[in-house]
Ligand binder design. Structure first.
Ligand SMILES: Nc1nc2c(ncn2[C@@H]2O[C@H](COP(=O)(O)OP(=O)(O)OP(=O)(O)O)[C@@H](O)[C@H]2O)c(=O)[nH]1
Ligand SMILES: [Mg+2]
Length: 434
């Protein structure tokens, strides 16, 4: 009996319940800073954001030693550069990344969104970033690129390097944000030391990136998740506008809107954007009318855009508001199909030119003209007839046909003349009364 009971116990032993979390896919965003500038930007943001992986990738071992604790380090291309960087040679950067394809593939596997960050204009970032992008594309990972362009004072060579890198990047990314370093002078003084100028740009880019990551990971009253972001990012090589603004005070809504819609770092804004995603963070005091005002203003920029928005509540934001926004496909006017112009009626083009016979300087006297000799009048008659002919038959005629027709007319006229008793030159004499 006791044995039987034990058996029953075994049977009803409860199975381990499936946790709801086991079924939910944990979104993985990996931000990779490539080269010196890209690594500095990523190192700036890494300590501020949780739930996102930060990686700095460089061929320069010395530079990697400066990476913060919050980032993972990815060294590559040592066989080519001996750990010294690419010395402004983008081809070396490209080859270094190609040689590390297996490691880069491993770095990207299982990632949902890869954000590539690089300062273009030298070797590692410009050469390797397009290779990272290609590998991510092959793995079917969503990609967003954030790239800075060199300052004007750095010269044409750097600018050229950056441009040719961009050309390779665009077809391999879903979205691409381009920030010319030069634009920082709209916010800071031209006399600011270079290191501080870089730092000012990096801080702003880090802030914008933080806004984007929080959009996905911070739960909201109106929630945005990775599926929403994916909807916005889908596409190829779309120009992206990423910005955020935090404002405190009375006119916080107007001011936040003004700041978020016009970033001094970008050369373009959300005008003409195809898709927009934005998130509002505020404390409990956020009013419905305030949300409506923000949504309306953003929607008014482009009524055709697909818009997704979220609202998160954070009580640290008392009297403050933060808007984080990502717009895709901006910088150009919305494509409107031009109305087709009414086509002008097709004029039949004569395939040959018929010169009007010019009167000769000393034409032979009428009475002296030989019978049957070519006369100007019948030729001009022929020209008129040709002009009135339908296009089809005209197009089939050629100079030989015309000559034949003229000859035939001549012949007919001669036949007619033979019938008449009056000589031709008398019949053809112009009537002075006419
Ligand atoms: N915004 C920003 N731009 C930077 C920073 N550091 C460098 N740059 C810009 O990026 C360009 C490329 O410099 P790096 O990123 O250092 O170059 P790299 O990709 O490491 O290439 P190599 O050093 O040649 O291997 C420079 O010409 C600068 O315009 C930075 O911290 N912030
Ligand atoms: Mg470098």
């Amino acid at each position: 009996m006791a044995r039987k009971k034990r058996r029953i116990k075994k049977k009803v032993q409860p199975q381990k319940p499936i946790e709801a979390q086991d079924l939910i896919h944990r979104t993985r965003i990996r931000v990779i800073g490539i080269g010196g500038g890209g690594s500095s930007i990523v190192s700036e943001i890494a300590p501020q954001v949780q739930k996102v992986d930060f990686v700095v990738a460089n061929t320069d071992v010395q530079a990697l030693k400066q990476a913060g604790r919050a980032v993972r380090v990815f060294r590559f291309g040592e066989a080519l550069t001996r750990g010294l960087g690419c010395g402004m040679d983008a081809k070396v950067g490209q080859r270094a990344a190609q040689a590390a394809k297996t490691q880069i593939t491993k770095l990207l596997q299982g990632v949902d969104l890869c954000i590539l960050v690089a300062s273009l204009g030298a070797g590692t970032g410009s050469g390797a970033a397009p290779e990272f992008a290609k590998i991510a594309k092959d793995l079917k990972i969503m990609t967003l690129g954030i790239f800075t362009l060199p300052f004007k004072f750095e010269g044409g060579r750097k600018s050229q390097l950056a441009k040719s890198s961009l050309k390779k990047l665009v077809p391999n990314l879903n979205a691409i944000a381009i920030i010319p370093n030069e634009n920082i002078f709209q916010i800071i003084d031209k006399k600011t030391p270079l290191k501080q100028a870089f730092s000012a740009i990096n801080k702003r880019l880090a802030e914008n990136l933080r806004g984007l990551c929080e959009m996905v990971f911070v739960p909201g009253i109106v929630n945005i998740d990775f599926a929403d972001l994916k909807t916005i990012l889908e596409g190829k090589g779309k120009l992206a506008y990423l910005n955020s603004a935090t404002v405190q005070g009375e006119n916080r809504i107007e001011e936040a809107l003004k700041q978020v819609l016009k970033s001094p770092l970008n050369e373009y804004n959300i005008q003409g954007a195809e898709k927009i995603i934005f998130n509002i963070t505020a404390a409990q005091d956020l009013g419905m009318s305030e949300v409506a005002q923000i949504s309306q203003t953003i929607a008014d920029f482009n009524r055709r855009a697909k818009i997704i928005f979220g609202v998160s509540q954070d009580n640290d934001y008392r009297d403050k508001i933060r808007i984080a926004l990502l717009a895709l496909g901006c910088g150009k006017e919305p494509k409107l199909k031009p109305k087709p112009k009414p086509k002008p009626p097709v004029k039949p083009k004569p395939q040959f030119k018929i010169k009007k016979q010019k009167p000769k300087r000393n034409p032979p006297r009428r009475g002296m003209r030989k019978r049957g000799a070519k006369k100007p009048a019948p030729v001009s008659v022929q020209v008129e007839e040709v002009k009135e002919e339908p296009v089809k038959s005209l197009s089939r005629r050629n100079a030989l046909d015309l000559k034949k027709a003229v000859e035939e007319t001549e012949k007919e006229m001669q036949e007619e003349e033979k019938k008449w008793d009056i000589p031709a030159f008398l019949r053809r004499r112009p009537n002075n009364n006419e």
